[in-house]
Every structure is written in C-alpha cells, then in structure tokens.
Design a binder for this molecule. Sequence first.
Ligand code: FES
Length: 120
Amino acid sequence: MAKYRVRFLPMDKVVEVDTAAPSPGHDGEPGSLLRIALANGIELDHACGGVCACSTCHVIVREGGESLPRAEDDEEDQLDNARGLTLHSRLACQAVPRGDRDLVVEIPQWNRNLSKEGPH
Ligand code: FES
C-alpha cells in the first residue's frame, strides 16, 4: 500500500491517492490520472470516454513523470493529434502512476471545462 500526491495545475489542487484504493469511475484506465481528476472534482475533457480514441484528455506532466510507464503506441498515436504537444505530454486516461512519487500535472487551458466556457 502506498500513497502519493498529484498536484493539478493551474487550479493548484492537491489530491492524495492510495494505490490500494483506486479512484472510482469508469472513464479511463483504473488508477489513471483521468480517474483521479474526475474523482476529485477536477474537470478534464475526455471526449472518447477514456478509451484512447481522442486526444482531449491531454495533460502535461510537469514533475514525477518517471513514475508513469512509457506510453504505448496507441497513446503516442493519439498524442500526435494533441494541441500544444510537449515532451512531457500524456493522455490522462492512459497514464497510470506507479505511486512511487508525487506528480505535478498541468491541464492545458483548452482541455478544461470546454462545454461550459463555449467558444472564445
Ligand atoms: S479521453 Fe479520449 S484519449 Fe483519453
């Protein structure tokens, strides 16, 4: 059993995750950053429902990325379509932290609350 923290930016919300008690929900892989975010009231777009078929759950892992397994080919393929891609980009629905260290995860502005903000 291990506990680690994920700090979501830019809202600067820190959530504690217990690897023995995965976040509830069914969007994204069990234990994924998407499930962690949604279970803690953090809005993160996920148009395909977390099945690695879009790139709307794109996040940038600012710290702690070494605690994530390498992206599979499917994730890399979807990320190629992500806006604002960086070397630290991941799909939140596919990225499942091992829980051996804390993370800092930035949700790009365009992936937050899209349906409520509407077009700009
Ligand atoms: S929600 Fe579609 S790829 Fe993550």
